[in-house]
Ligand binder design. Sequence first.
Ligand SMILES: O=C(O)[C@H]1O[C@H](OP(=O)(O)OP(=O)(O)OC[C@H]2O[C@@H](n3ccc(=O)[nH]c3=O)[C@H](O)[C@@H]2O)[C@H](O)[C@@H](O)[C@H]1O
Length: 437
Amino acid sequence: MRVLEDDLFPSTPGKVKIERAGAMNRQLHRCFASTSTMFLWALFLVAMTASYLSFQSFVDTSSKYFAASWGGLYWERQIRASAAPRRPPGSATGAGMSVLVTGAAGFVGTHCSLALRKRGDGVVGIDNFNSYYDPSLKKARRSLLASHGVFVVEGDINDGRLLAKLFDVVPFTHVLHLAAQAGVRYAMENPASYVHSNIAGLVTLLEACKDADPQPAIVWASSSSVYGLNDKVPFSERDRTDQPASLYAATKKAGEEITHTYNHIYGLSITGLRFFTVYGPWGRPDMAYFSFTRNILQGKPITVYRGKNHVDLARDFTYIDDIVKGCLGSLDTAGKSTGTGGKKRGPAPYRIFNLGNTSPVTVPNLVSILEKHLRVKAKKNVIEMPGNGDVPFTHANISLARQQLGYKPTTNLDVGLKKFVKWYLSYYGYTRGSKNL
Ligand SMILES: O=C(O)[C@H]1O[C@H](OP(=O)(O)OP(=O)(O)OC[C@H]2O[C@@H](n3ccc(=O)[nH]c3=O)[C@H](O)[C@@H]2O)[C@H](O)[C@@H](O)[C@H]1O
């Protein structure tokens, strides 16, 4: 410090005052000069940072826009063509619907989209092709849909801009909402995915539907799992559903409450379908009947859960074609939504139906049927059901659906699994009588 002071203020007497004053002036000047230089530099840095940040946000926004796998005139043309009903004029079944099917590359979504298309309705699908299970199976389902003229948009139901765009391009009459994070036990591994799809995604979709003009009628997939620990059988729609056993069940139950709110406030027509363990060709690889088949064919053991006191678990397994009839019956009987411009104009229907088979089968019995159709014995590990969200049994009372939708399941587990096994062997390239079977 001293050295610095001496350098700045030379110690020659007499000269000191003048020189010091001059030096001080120079110093002050230098100081001001350096302060203003620093100020200018700081200003420059702030300006640079601000322009960098705004450039970044521009890049982010525009990259989102430009990287989107949707949009453009060709895309819109494909959407319109896919959404156009093709029923013959004057057809007894009316003019036909335009249905937006969410989760269209999923198991139930694919079957429903095909059935709608085959009878002449317009269908546009949306699916995010996530990797919860093998996306190549979802892509194969998309190819199947494409070969029947059904276009599937690759996108997420959490993308409000995409949904708004779809409703902009097509005045959908109905939404069949099947996109969801499925699976009961996976909820312990990845709870956030259930909230993302089954809660946040549902709300984003409902927001788009309530804003749409005209508002569509909504039919959506709830689940038998909402009955949770209910032990009054068979499960009726009037039974309590406030004891979920898994986060999956809780998000489906939340969906029933959330859709009720949108029905109440905005006049959206809502039909919730409680599916009971749906199975069949093009099914979900995470489900027991599918993974058991894979393991049995590969000579790997399967784990069979058993309830307390050695009681077998049972499910009201429901064949996909029966579920499809229930979904189409729901779309056909759904009353109109009443709102416009986000405002309710009158009461709209709010319905909930069980779609089950009404004849539960135990899991060991499911395995025996598979062994028969595969002609291979399973290597079974029987263990007590872990506390993983499973419920011991499900059993649907379907009187309401029968009465109001004409729902009447016709396929028992034996016949349904035979069809599933036939599809599985062909899809995965097994040949009867050859070395691989
Ligand atoms: O109705 C529904 O709402 C749900 O149905 C389906 O759930 P679940 O009925 O649990 O079907 P699924 O996994 O095939 O297990 C079947 C049986 O096999 C037993 N199970 C399962 C796996 C295993 O390794 N071992 C075993 O014994 C298991 O303990 C159970 O007893 C859908 O996945 C779900 O998304 C939802 O739609």
